[in-house]
Design a binder for this molecule. Structure first.
Ligand code: PLP
Length: 421
């Protein structure tokens, strides 16, 4: 099952899952912690916390350098983590998995290293109106430097990509389109985009596709072969792993042809005073000391998710989304953004309530122990599209329950009552 295809009946044992997350036993004042902000960053299971602890207590050493046992152990664990990540996204070759600090750095790597080598004056980069700033600003910087043009696929009133408008952009610019940068899932609307179709149409005019997988890889089965893209970027901290670690996957031939991004230690073959030769993949793109413990713990996070089953993860979130859509729509004065059905979206719910400012709403919810995000969610062009400056956003993951959605709904009703006076 992919994120955007038929229903799966696999389920999660959420009580057992919750027991694996120590933070979920915390309280906010006298209220249970109701964590509904996993789209910003997920919580971490005991196994991931233990992996980090174990690394620092028992075999912390720099990788690829020491000829002594704990360094060799750290190196083996780091490379094993790369293998786990490759398997998790269906990559054919471990060398196609580059560890970065997160989605943002992965996209910057492509914009700088690939963009500078391949984008010329008059070329076109296509983005979408629903991109996170990290899949917009790097392209803008690169396009300004290269004299290239940015075009955007518009978003419909229901929060979907307007694929007819995309076709018109491709027809207008043809072979000048060098890359299409598209998010798999919108972090603001929850929309699951048809990235395979987007990539196929890009390829037909000779363009590459970069998929921002920050909100998809954590939430359902994602296979790079099925996506048909050339690059996939995602972050460890949104998929039960630590902060400070992320991934860029790229097709081997494309990565091999790209110049390096950062220069420094570990990414070279031979350095002379005036020039250097570069290491093979993946080291060419991993300059300096990597976040070894974080990468190892990300590998453990993929083990954890694989054991749950990514189809079950998707099914759980789809059921919770259907429940949340019903509960939220029943609240008078609440406007919910994004596609209407759980099948076409993930568990991300952006809304406004009457004319209560989303920041005020989030503060009132916090008094009830309910954590939601308020603001533009790093998608200001999308906010502009809907004539908004901010929304409140609740988002769910493997450990959330219908009871927590009920708590959200009750807290929203309380906020309404407060502002009614
Ligand atoms: C869709 C999307 N892309 C990119 C990012 C940036 O991720 P990071 O801050 O981990 O680099 C986020 C984070 O919220 C996101 O939701």
């Amino acid at each position: 099952m992919a994120l955007d295809t038929a229903a799966s009946t696999a389920t999660l044992d959420v009580v057992a899952v919750r027991a694996d997350f120590p933070i979920l036993g915390e309280t906010v004042g006298d209220k249970p912690l109701t964590y509904l902000d996993s789209a910003a960053s997920s919580q971490k299971p005991e196994a991931v916390i233990r992996a980090l602890d174990d690394y620092y207590r028992r075999y912390n050493a720099n990788v690829h350098r020491g000829i002594y046992q704990i360094s060799e152990r750290a190196t083996a664990a780091y490379e094993e983590a790369r293998h786990k990540v490759a398997r998790f996204i269906g990559a054919a070759d471990n060398r196609e998995v580059i560890f970065t600090r997160g989605t943002t750095e992965s996209i910057n790597l492509v914009a700088y290293a690939w963009g500078r080598a391949n984008v010329r004056q008059g070329d076109v980069i296509i983005v979408t109106e629903m991109e996170h700033h990290s899949n917009l600003v790097p392209w803008q910087i690169m396009a300004q430097e290269r004299g290239a043009l940015i075009e955007a696929i518009p978003v419909t009133d229901e929060g979907r990509l307007d694929l007819e408008a995309y076709d018109r952009l491709l027809a207008r610019h043809g072979g000048r389109v060098k890359l299409v940068a598209v998010t798999h899932v919108s972090n603001t609307l929850g929309t699951v985009n048809p990235v395979r179709e987007v990539a196929d149409r890009a390829r037909a005019v000779g363009a590459l596709t970069l998929v921002d997988g920050a909100q998809s890889v954590p939430h359902g089965p994602v296979n790079v072969g099925d996506l048909g893209c050339d690059f996939l970027a995602f972050s460890g901290h949104k998929m039960l792993g630590p902060m400070g670690i992320g991934v860029l996957w790229g097709k081997r031939a494309i990565l091999e042809a790209m110049p390096p991004f950062n220069g420094g230690g570990s990414m070279i073959k031979r350095v002379a005073l005036k020039e250097s030769t570069y290491a093979d993949l993946p080291n060419k793109f991993e300059a300096g000391t990597p976040s070894t413990g974080d990468a190892i713990a990300l590998g453990v996070a993929t083990d954890y998710l694989t054991a749950l089953g990514m189809e079950a993860v998707r099914a759980h979130e789809r059921d919770l989304t259907a429940y949340a859509l019903d509960r939220l729509r029943a609240i008078g004065g609440l406007t919910l953004y994004g596609p209407p059905t759980a099948e076409e979206r993930t568990g991300v719910f952006s809304f406004t309530l009457d004319d209560i400012h989303p920041h005020d709403l989030a503060s009132i919810l916090d008094e009830d122990g309910v954590c939601v995000r308020a603001g533009h969610h790093c998608t200001q062009p999308l906010m502009d599209r809907f004539g908004l400056t901010a929304t409140a956003r609740a988002s769910v993951y493997v450990y959330n329950t219908p009871e927590e959605i009920d708590r959200l709904a009750a807290a929203l009703e309380r906020a309404k009552a407060i502002f009614a006076f």
